[in-house]
Design a protein around this ligand. Structure first.
Ligand SMILES: [Zn+2]
Ligand SMILES: [Zn+2]
Length: 291
């Protein structure tokens, strides 16, 4: 019984770990599907514009832009998950006596500066930034580039989807700002369950809402990480008010995104080797907290 319970718990834990990835994938594909539908079938929603705009050429441009963003989100997410930033398989040549080296009692090894143990991943991670709950993996030295590019394309994709869905809001509200239309936008699930709206109206309102909420959430993450990128800081260092590895804006970009930092964000397929080894970092400021 104990063995059965622990197996069950382990399985439940694994499902919970992967649940955010499934949910995100579902939302990303639903939003892309809905926006493609808007472009192909509905656009423009206002009847008086139907004749003049949205030629085949214009629709193709929209679809190509959407699939470029979707491709980048998926590919970056995949490479982020496949690129393990942990110390597993890394030759930690240090003898543990260098500046900033510590000993991890869980992994039973000496670890370099900026490396720390993740209790979710159960391993030490090189230049650990944070454990990302949406991907169920740590953001560290070797996968930071994919994490940031994924955020960039999620942000631009949601901004685009929000602009496209603005017409949905306009059409719903143009029919009259009634209690029904406001409730449809605020609580679409309740309106669907209580039978007040059709599944189609619910789908449009739900995706339009998801775009707004998602955009606000992703904006906060994206701009915070851009701020950290320019400052050459990890989230952990920012929390502890330390900034000892700042190399100036261009130095930081090079160090965190690789030698082709100016190009690599366009596609995960563009190689951009990282200049360091994830273990040795140039110290340019005080190692102690500044406040
Ligand atoms: Zn460890
Ligand atoms: Zn982790």
């Amino acid at each position: 019984m104990t063995g059965f319970t622990s197996t069950l718990l382990r399985r439940a834990e694994r499902v919970c770990q992967h649940l955010p990835v499934f949910l995100n994938t579902f939302l990303v594909f639903s939003i892309t599907g809905e926006v493609s539908y808007l472009v192909l079938v509905e656009a423009p929603l206002e009847a008086e514009q139907k004749a003049a705009e949205w030629s085949v050429w214009w629709k193709t441009v929209h679809l190509l832009a959407q699939f470029f963003m979707l491709g980048n989100i998926c590919w970056n997410a995949l490479l982020f998950l496949k690129t393990n930033p942990s110390v597993k398989g890394v030759f930690l040549g240090g003898d543990g006596l260098g500046q900033g080296w510590r000993y991890c009692y869980t992994c039973e090894t000496h670890t370099p500066p900026r490396c720390s143990h993740c209790f979710d991943c159960k391993v030490c991670v090189l230049r650990r930034d944070h454990h990302c709950v949406f991907f169920g993996q740590c953001v560290g030295y070797s996968n930071y580039r994919y994490f940031l590019s994924c955020l960039l394309f999620m942000w631009s994709g949601l901004l685009y989807a929000m602009v496209m869905n603005a017409e949905v809001f306009i059409v719903i509200l143009k029919e009259g700002v009634t209690l029904h239309s406001i409730l449809l936008l605020l609580i679409p699930w309740i309106m669907l369950v209580s039978g007040q709206v059709s599944a189609r109206a619910f789908a449009f309102a739900f995706i339009a809402d998801t775009c707004v909420v998602g955009f606000l959430l992703v904006s906060a993450f994206f701009f915070f990480h851009l701020f950290l990128l320019f400052r050459g800081q990890t989230t952990r260092e920012w929390f502890s008010s330390r900034r000892p590895y700042n190399l100036g804006v261009f130095g930081n970009l090079r160090h965190m995104l690789g030698l082709r930092w100016y190009l690599c964000w366009l596609s995960p397929l563009i190689p951009s080797p990282l200049p360091g080894d994830g273990m040795n970092f140039e110290v340019t400021g005080p190692l102690e907290p500044t406040k």
